[in-house]
Design a protein around this ligand. Structure first.
Ligand SMILES: Cc1ncc(COP(=O)(O)O)c(C=O)c1O
Length: 269
């Protein structure tokens, strides 16, 4: 069987942090860089906000820790982790779909408690294959493998071989495709008056409308009746007014956005 390690990373992070640090949590800094706009942003008061940040806050609360959030400060994250002997988990699944320069590689710090997670579902367009991998020191991988074997068993072997083949592929074309789809989505969303922060990567738009007390969950359900699927913001945290649109292929995206606009106007104007 191909050696691999794929598991519920957050749970693992929580467990490893808990296991490795039993001291005073009050001064711990936890770094996060939200992947979805506007989740990696700051609010009007200059505070960090976003679904991933909520997740980190939740983790801190569960650990009874007072956490200080650090935005995109890799040096700060690594140095604090080294000082407190913490693990650093860097989810780099969108590395190929990031439109800016990728920040310094976590591995470049040479910190032995770093863990990088990657998936085939984005760069290799293999969503649904349920396969990804982690890069870490062998001793860490060994522990992850034990946990994974007990919780998930393993990714089926045919899929592991498919992923091995995929590794030989040049995926730069996928990067270009996703970039152009996102551009199309951003343009249409602007044209129909959605409100959002322009994404700097990935293939999603997290948007809201100009309507007050807009219920994105009800709207998503209604859109489904018209054959269009969007993800209600509620699924990502306290974002009842927001919804997430995925940038699919241009033809279907345009069709879907026309339906979205029509249903929106019919329902709220
Ligand atoms: C930031 C991020 N990390 C990890 C994942 C997990 O990807 P998968 O389960 O498809 O491998 C996703 C999926 O959308 C994601 O958005």
């Amino acid at each position: 069987m191909i050696k691999r390690s794929f598991l519920t990373f957050v749970t693992f992070l929580l467990m490893t942090i808990s296991a490795s640090y039993a001291g005073d949590w009050s001064k711990i800094k936890i770094g996060t860089e939200g992947a979805y706009p506007p989740w990696n942003g700051t609010n009007a008061a200059g505070e960090l906000e976003g679904a991933e940040i909520d997740l980190v806050r939740d983790l801190c609360a569960r650990m009874n820790a007072e956490c200080e959030l650090v935005a995109q400060d890799w040096d700060g994250i690594i140095h604090t982790s080294m000082k407190h002997d913490l693990y650093v988990l860097s989810d780099e699944i969108y590395e190929d779909y990031y439109l800016e320069d990728w920040p310094k590689e976590i591995l470049a710090y040479g910190y032995e408690k770093s863990i990088i997670t990657k998936s085939f579902s984005k760069s290799f367009a293999m969503t649904g294959f349920r396969i990804g991998y982690a890069i870490a020191e062998p001793s860490i991988i060994e522990k992850m493998s034990k946990l994974q074997a007990l919780s998930l068993t393993n990714v089926s072997e045919p899929i592991q071989y498919a992923a091995l083949e995929a590794l030989k592929a040049d995926t730069s074309g996928n990067t270009e495709i996703i970039k152009s789809r996102l551009e199309v989505l951003v343009k249409i969303a602007k044209d129909i008056g959605l409100e959002f922060i322009e994404p700097d990567g990935a293939m999603y738009l997290f948007a809201k409308t100009k309507y007050k007390n807009f219920d994105a969950t009800k709207f998503s359900e209604k859109l489904l009746e018209h054959g269009v699927a969007i993800a209600p913001g509620e699924g990502f945290g306290d974002y009842k007014e927001f919804f997430r649109i995925t940038a699919i292929d241009e033809t279907r995206l345009k069709e879907g956005m026309i339906i979205l606009d029509t249903v929106l106007k019919e329902s709220y104007e």
